[in-house]
Design a protein around this ligand. Structure first.
Ligand SMILES: *Cc1c(COP(=O)(O)O)cnc(C)c1O
Ligand code: SF4
Length: 464
């Protein structure tokens, strides 16, 4: 076997051992998790004891869904200007708002504009930016690929089942703002409520397709399923001979890890599904969604350990967001901290083309840069793949696999042979990342067509 040889080996004295000095343990910050009663810093939770704060139903009941509640919870912590800004942000947002007390207490309210968690969950009008001209509401075309409402069958062997349309919190950047959450002033949503009838139609379709063997149960969010519903879904899927893998997708561990520690019926339902799957030689796992190292605390560690002890695999799907996690340092810290609490970093997604969150999008070039600096920092199986979920329904593509990428216009072109041979899928960097001249071109419809056509022509020359 030929071993790879470094071409320019550094000169070294033969008797000096090739050793790295031990690092200062204090520098291993990914192991330093916030513990103690950190929530008491917020006036609203100053009197809340640990038992109450760990209670999942208390968390759910005290989640903030209206600006007046936000103002009440923050009292004198932030400036009136910020509160006004947030109020205006709520009314212009296409997403409903729901923030758990846990998240509220992880935000640094002395710098609310800069805080990476605030940016993800609480809109402020002054930071909003105009949408990209190429942006559609269901940018992934999930409804176009749905044989049954709430079941997207795009790939050959796997499908996405949207079991319900609510979540423990609402993220500003949600791809499914077309369906998830309550109607807002901006968007009237598609109805994907949990319904026996809709589920039965989805199960019948899945059972009728021998090629389907892998089902993602999402929404909305599997945290919102009652324990009995979770069991009902996993039993139905595991009973199908064609099904080999089931994943339950939930944001929960990142925004309300308390549930795993105190909603024992739900946890037992999940562990029960995993155990039953294992007996049938089928895999049932949990997929979750941490975006920033600050979302991982001692409570998270306890919750993830509770699942780890019982053999539940947890994987993470993260969204790359501007000024949230768009530096190599932050992403590397997230990846290491996830590994530390036994969550496997699976994907980092380019931010989808979603309405009202252009301030959170970043460029393909940023993803390429960060990936380079994350790979090698830890085990390969803890190194996430950076992907674009190609707008228009192309599916997930490795960010490096573009057929063409013009950094000047921000247009990248992907192909997806397993989804649709011969089709070209485009992603668009946000306009705020482009040069003044390029931004002006995007104001002209004729120029837009030109930039898109040119990119496709060049991609066609490249593609194989
Ligand atoms: C993401 C997704 C899946 C699962 O894809 P993986 O790459 O296996 O995680 C399946 N169906 C749809 C429609 C999806 O968006
Ligand atoms: S938890 Fe997931 S589905 Fe729910 S709002 Fe956030 S991104 Fe959307």
């Amino acid at each position: 076997m030929q071993l790879p040889v470094a071409t320019a080996a550094p000169a070294r004295e033969p008797h000096v051992p090739a050793q790295k000095p031990p690092v200062d343990p204090a520098s291993l910050t990914y192991r330093q998790l916030q513990r103690g009663e950190f929530w008491r810093k917020l006036p609203a939770y100053a009197e809340i004891d640990e038992r109450t704060f760990l209670d999942h139903s208390w968390q759910a009941k005290h989640s903030i869904t209206r600006p007046d509640k936000l103002i009440e919870a923050l009292k004198d912590l932030v400036s009136p200007l910020f509160l006004e800004d947030a109020k205006a942000g709520f009314s212009r947002s296409p997403m409903s708002v729901r923030v758990s007390p846990y998240l509220m207490s992880l935000i640094d309210w002395s710098h609310p504009y800069d805080d990476p968690l605030r940016r993800q969950f609480i809109p402020v009008a002054s930071r909003m930016m105009a949408d990209h001209p190429k942006l559609d509401l269901d940018s992934l075309n999930e409804q176009g690929d749905a044989p049954v409402p709430g079941l997207t069958h795009r790939y050959p062997d796997k499908a996405l089942f949207l079991a319900l349309d609510t979540c423990p919190v609402y993220c500003r950047f949600c791809t499914r703002s077309y369906a998830v959450g309550l109607d807002t002033e901006e968007v009237e949503k598609v109805n994907l409520r949990a319904s026996q009838d809709r589920w039965a139609r989805a199960f019948a379709y899945i059972a009728s397709r021998p090629e389907l063997e892998d089902i993602v149960v999402s929404g909305g969010d599997a945290y919102q399923l009652r324990a009995a519903q979770l069991t009902e879904i996993s039993d139905a899927l595991l009973a199908m001979p064609n099904i080999r893998r089931v994943r339950f997708a939930t944001k929960g561990p990142a925004v309300m890890p308390q549930k795993i520690l105190t909603d024992l019926a739900w946890r037992d339902a999940l562990v029960g599904a995993v155990d039953k799957g294992r007996r049938l030689h089928k895999e049932v796992v949990l997929h979750t969604h941490f975006n920033h190292p600050n979302e991982i605390t001692g409570i998270t560690e306890d919750a993830m350990n509770a699942l780890f002890e019982r053999g539940v695999t947890v994987r993470n799907q993260c969204v790359l967001q501007r000024r949230v996690n768009d530096t190599p340092e932050t992403m590397a810290l997230l990846v290491k901290r996830l590994g530390h609490v036994h969550v496997v970093p699976y994907y980092v997604y380019m931010h989808d083309l979603v309405r009202g969150v252009e301030d959170l999008r970043t460029t393909l070039d940023t993803a390429l840069h960060i990936e380079k600096h994350v790979r090698g920092a830890t085990a390969g199986f803890h190194t996430p793949t950076f992907v674009v979920d190609a707008p228009g329904g192309g599916g997930k593509r490795d960010v490096h696999s573009y057929e063409y990428y013009d950094r000047e216009t921000g247009v990248s072109v992907f192909t997806s042979p397993n989804v649709k041979k011969g089709a070209y899928y485009l992603y668009f960097d946000p306009l705020h990342s482009l040069s003044e001249a390029a931004r002006r071109r995007w104001e002209e419809p004729a120029e837009q067509e030109l930039m898109v056509d040119n990119a496709i022509v060049r991609a066609r020359r490249q593609a194989r």
